[in-house]
Design a protein around this ligand. Structure first.
Ligand code: GCU
Length: 327
């Protein structure tokens, strides 16, 4: 064989070998849409989940998180997951509730007695069948993360009662239940994506928003709405969703691994959340925010009729009971 032919053969064989080996070892990247910052406890928990997944699958899968709504707001992200263009996302419960009202039961006003109760519910297995039931919509819920409790904040003065809410335009998440809930609390709910709230308050389109302390601080909403009232009216779960087509493309054993690790990451996320919450409040206070405690019961009472109106199917009732039995 002449030298030139040998060289050609060598280059070709090496090329094929390299291509084959890179085919064998190329990791599949799981693009994950996230609408908050890379300092958020959920980001950190997802990052850890990604490391665990990579290790457990010998590098076959990696998780790449796109924070700050780089892949779109939560509604857009959910649609991208359904189409398989994005493999995973964190979306708040009301977005999934738009597809199946059974989810209303896990995001109702005052569904949980506190964060410990919520953690018990999320880690009890009580939500497993609900979470796999969304496969018919093109995604599966892998697990739920806490987003603490939601509270009203405004630009004028602290809201202390249902009557103080009168005439206040408060941004809510994009779901009818959230609009109705704000109505039962005495104000007017304006559905909008989270990223638009700062400017909308600044420009007077809104009087305020409602959220947890971490998002309030992370998004610097204290700059435009510095009066934060501890209404604690909702503990809305965030859901980690995965494209059904994508999870079906994994081997059975990798599917089991990803489901198991996602569930484990919930425990980690609660710990990270609890560690960060005080810091977020202090940051907002140091930047001029005023926090006041309010009588939560009056808001609870004014939302009772809504609760009765929304929880009507057998599935919702059973779930509500299962949640309350765990308190
Ligand atoms: C919380 C929640 C997010 C949600 C946001 C919102 O911060 O964790 O998932 O997007 O509220 O109000 O939109």
């Amino acid at each position: 064989m002449n030298k030139m032919l040998k060289n050609v053969l060598f280059t070709t064989v090496t090329g094929i070998t390299m291509t084959m080996s890179s085919m064998t070892f190329a990791a599949t990247e799981i693009k994950t849409a996230f609408n908050q910052s890379d300092q958020h406890p959920q980001y950190l928990a997802l990052e850890e989940f990604g490391k665990q997944l990579e290790m457990a699958t010998d590098g076959r899968y990696t998780v790449k998180i796109y924070p700050n709504a780089l892949l779109g707001d939560q509604r857009a992200s959910l649609e991208l997951v359904q189409s398989g263009a994005v493999q995973m996302a964190v979306v708040a419960n009301p977005l999934v509730e738009n597809y199946d009202k059974t989810f209303t039961a896990i995001g109702m006003p005052f569904a949980y007695t506190g964060i410990e109760h919520q953690e018990k519910v999320f880690t009890s297995g009580a939500l497993d069948s609900l979470f796999s039931s969304t496969k018919k919509f093109g995604f599966e819920v892998l697990t739920a993360y806490t987003a603490g409790s939601r509270n009203v904040y405004t630009k004028g003065s602290n809201v202390k009662s249902v009557s103080d809410m009168k005439g206040q335009k408060i941004r809510v998440m994009q779901s009818n239940t959230m609009v109705e809930m704000l109505g039962c609390m005495g104000g007017t709910g304006v559905p909008m994506s989270q990223g638009e709230v700062y400017t909308a308050v600044q420009q007077g389109v809104l009087d305020g928003g409602e959220n947890n302390e971490i998002t309030y601080a992370d998004m610097k909403h204290y700059e435009v709405a510095p009066y934060f009232s501890k209404t604690s009216h909702l503990m809305v779960p965030d859901l980690v969703i995965i494209s059904d087509d994508f999870i079906n493309s994994m081997s059975k054993s990798d599917q089991a691994t990803i489901r198991k690790l996602a569930k484990e990451s919930t425990v980690d996320e609660f710990a990270k959340w609890n560690a960060k919450i005080g810091q977020a409040r202090a940051l907002a206070e140091n930047n001029g925010a005023t926090f006041v405690d309010v009588d939560v019961k009056q808001f609870q009472d004014s939302c009772k009729p809504l609760q009765q109106k929304l929880i009507k199917t057998d599935a919702q009732k059973e779930l509500t009971k299962a949640i309350s039995d765990l308190s």
